[in-house]
Write a protein that binds this ligand. Structure first.
Ligand SMILES: [Cu+2]
Length: 783
């Protein structure tokens, strides 16, 4: 298996290397060689056809020891319930048909109590096979009366073994409830008049342990089963109610990024209130949005740039995807950040679009939806030593005052970018003390008013070096001035008070800033190698950084591995969505799921769930910087904060930042509420324009659920202030144009020769075909 994904990765790099000009020429070869031939009769081993991460340390229970299986209905004695346990390919259970909502259940009595941590379900295979479960729920019980929901969600429409993986829990009974039937994988728009459930095989997994509950260090669960491996995600903010949807996406396929034919992306949308999950294949924007830059603009639109289709721009408007104008330069694994004037800045990204092509800074104008190149901000400025593909990836960028950008890493050299000078300019911001290059580490602005950024973890190279424990506190003030840099975690519980740092070494970990200003850190690994889930390397114990005592504290361990391509997003109910990992095709480290982490602040001292203070009710849901926000808050309000809605992929979440709302004033309590007012910081570099979650925190430290607030600029659009400081693209002088021509020539030598590119692509396709045909029975059957 290792060889397979290692080869896949190599090919991924190669294909993306040339994708810029060639994506549209690529035939969809993964599909035509991908249909797996399952045996139609005889014994079947579902694990053989499962290209997902199986339950961590789970083993398949011996089904001969199961006591009973019962189904809510069966269509005939031939397609009876017991067939799901007989291990035969040609026998299956089929429920009776229903015309309305489905509610077909199957209960398995394991015969004894087990530490159950997963379930696999093999549907009927073949393009026209019916009855594959889509929406579903998984419950555990010890007595068949009280059921605990451990997983729910949507299994995708592709034909493959489906998994539900969750924290190990003692149970004797496992119940799977089918709520809907998946459409045919090759025509997912099909609607059925009648639906039913068919299952060839069910296996139950159990671990040799459970993880004892200890709410003082948080808790995990339930699992959300997703139809894709979620590698990128964002809040869907536009027209957002207070508990908006989360949109997640993978790449051109649900399980792999390499060999992209370009032009489409598998996405899924989760409604956290209704619990609904839907699957889509987005093609109208002609953009494989794998490895992109992502930012949320001042209007809550998610702006996705480059990636596998390396110059494309796509904009999620809250309900659908639209096309933006292409970037001037091709890139992938770059970072973008929203600026104080509402524009979006991008730099770097040599992993896609050709490493020898320029990766200069660019500015996106959300009003015009177009890009402008900043010739003086070369991609080289932000490089680590890992050239050529990886040195300028995943930059830690923070939009700051007056259109400036603070570049905090991952290179150990830091910089200030000025986007308001013609062509851009930059000055060094010094070194991050004696930190190493920290690729795929994290950087979080946990207190924007004080200019506080926490950086932690990462590795020297992108692939094949040790994740570090290093953590630094960076305090920025006026732009272009040297920031203050300190070692973070000196008071850590590790007892290693001279060096500070996180509790654990990590790379490929993910993090969110919590409403109280602490930083939650999940997953990652000691040895940084994409798709490596070796037991000795993975970090299953998360930690929280508490700024008030400068310490990193380990949290409740979970039982699902989250390493390369995983993500974390703060949810409006003050919990954290932590999911994904993998996307390596027919490997065994694909994670089609996410879990919810409930931080310790949501529990009372006795371990019972804490009552969250009342959700604030905002009077003016749109507030201009420097103006007053008015809201009704719980009578027991102690503090309040704004946390910007996030967008995330590949450890980069430049949009998240927390703005503490100190100095708020409240009236006397009336009917449990107090009317409060607070002045929003006047500088849009501190409070970047856009959507925020407003949390209030009570005297016990429990955060409320969030209300949504939109922070607006005090000018109508960029052209109202632009002439003060920027020269428009059309106004570039001769020197600029000549420079541009010169750069174009540089690109020509490497890339613009269509024939040559096509030749490279052909070679890659031939190599890939060979690999797929000989080594990889492919998982996908999406049309
Ligand atoms: Cu990646």
């Amino acid at each position: 298996m290792k060889l397979q994904w290692a080869s896949g990765l190599l090919l991924g790099a190669a294909v993306n290397y040339v994708d810029a000009s060639a994506s549209s020429h690529l035939p969809n070869f993964a599909t035509d060689s991908s249909d797996i031939v399952f045996p139609s009769s005889g014994p079947i081993d579902p694990e053989k056809y499962c290209w997902q991460a199986k339950p961590h340390k789970g083993s398949r229970l011996d089904r001969t020891k199961f006591a009973a299986v019962e189904c809510s209905s069966q269509e005939s004695e031939v397609n009876k319930c017991e067939n799901v346990l007989d291990g035969q390919a040609h026998t299956y259970w089929r429920s009776t048909a229903s015309t309305g909502t489905q509610d077909n259940s199957i209960i398995i009595d394991l015969g004894s109590k087990q530490n159950v941590n997963g379930l696999s379900m093999l549907p009927l295979m073949g393009d026209n096979a019916r009855g594959q479960i889509a929406k579903h729920e998984v419950f555990l019980s010890n007595d068949k009366h009280e059921w605990r929901k451990v997983a729910y969600g949507l299994w995708g429409w592709n034909k493959s073994v489906k998994l539900a993986v969750f924290e190990p829990e003692i149970a004797q009974y496992v119940k799977l409830v089918a709520k809907s039937e998946a459409p045919p994988s090759k025509s997912p728009d099909t609607k059925y008049n009648e639906t039913w459930t068919s299952i060839v095989d069910i296996a139950i997994y159990a671990a040799g342990y459970t993880i004892p509950a200890n709410p003082a260090i948080g808790s995990w669960g339930p699992t959300l089963d997703l139809p894709i491996v979620p590698v990128a995600g964002a809040h869907a903010a536009v027209n957002h109610n207070d508990h908006g949807n989360v949109i997640l996406w993978s790449a051109w396929a649900d399980d792999q990024f390499f060999a992209s034919p370009g032009g489409a992306t598998f996405t899924t949308t989760w409604d956290p209130v209704k619990g609904d999950i839907v699957q889509s294949n987005i093609a109208n924007n002609h953009h494989d949005m794998f490895c992109p830059g992502i930012s949320m603009d001042f209007d809550g639109r998610v702006v996705v740039s480059g990636g596998a289709d390396s110059d494309k721009t796509s904009v999620f408007n809250g309900t659908g995807w639209e096309r933006g104008k292409s970037m001037k330069l091709h890139r992938g694994y770059h970072a973008t950040t929203t600026l104080s004037d509402g524009r979006i800045f991008a730099i770097g990204g040599s992993w896609s679009g050709g490493p020898n092509n320029p990766k200069d800074g660019e500015l996106y104008d959300p009003w015009k939806r177009s890009w402008k190149r900043l010739y003086n901000l070369k991609g080289e400025i932000i490089e680590t030593s890992d050239r050529p593909l990886r040195a300028d990836n995943h930059a830690w960028l923070f939009g700051w005052k007056n259109g400036s950008v603070f570049h905090a890493g991952p290179s150990y050299d830091m910089n200030w970018f000025n986007t308001r000078e013609k062509g851009g300019s930059y000055v060094s911001a010094g070194r991050r003390l004696d930190d190493q290059h920290s690729m795929s580490g994290n950087a979080v602005m946990f207190d924007a008013v004080a200019g506080k950024i926490l950086t932690f973890g990462g590795q020297e190279l992108y692939d094949g070096s040790f994740g570090s424990r290093n953590a630094h506190l960076i305090t920025i003030g006026e732009p272009y001035k040297k920031p203050k840099v300190q070692i973070a975690g000196l008071e850590g519980t590790r007892g290693d008070t001279t060096k500070g740092g996180m509790f654990y070494q990590r790379v490929f970990h993910t993090s969110v800033v919590l409403p109280d200003g602490s930083v939650f850190i999940a997953g990652g690994e000691i040895w940084g190698e994409p798709f490596n889930e070796a037991e000795r390397d993975i970090q299953l114990t998360p930690e929280i950084y508490y700024p008030h005592n400068d310490s990193f504290v380990p949290m409740q361990k979970n039982n699902v591995v989250r390493v390369y391509h995983s993500l974390s997003i703060l949810l409006p109910d003050a919990t954290v969505l932590n999911g994904g990992g993998g996307l390596c095709g027919n490997c065994t480290v694909n994670h089609y799921d996410a879990q919810i982490f409930r931080p310790p602040y949501l529990y009372n001292k006795d371990g019972t769930p804490a009552d969250q203070p009342k959700t604030p009710v905002v009077k003016n849901k749109e507030v201009t910087v420097g103006k007053t926000l008015r809201f009704f808050a719980d009578a027991d309000i102690k503090s309040a904060s704004l946390v910007r809605l996030g967008t995330v992929s590949h450890t980069v979440n430049t949009d998240q930042r927390r703005v503490p709302l100190d100095g708020f004033k409240c009236d006397k309590p009336e009917e449990g509420y107090r009317y409060c007012t607070v002045k929003i910081h006047p500088d849009p570099g501190v409070v970047l324009p856009g959507y925020y979650m407003l949390f209030v925190i009570d005297s016990a430290g429990v955060p409320s659920k969030a209300a949504t607030v939109k922070v607006q600029l005090d000018f109508p659009n960029i052209s109202a202030i632009e002439e003060d400081y920027v020269v428009d693209e059309e106004d570039w002088d001769v020197e600029d144009v000549e420079e541009e021509e010169e750069q174009k020539k540089d690109c020509d030598m490497d890339f613009d020769d269509d024939e040559r590119v096509q030749g490279m692509v052909d070679t890659i396709i031939a190599a890939t075909r060979k690999l797929w045909n000989t080594q990889k029975p492919a998982l996908l059957t999406q049309g």
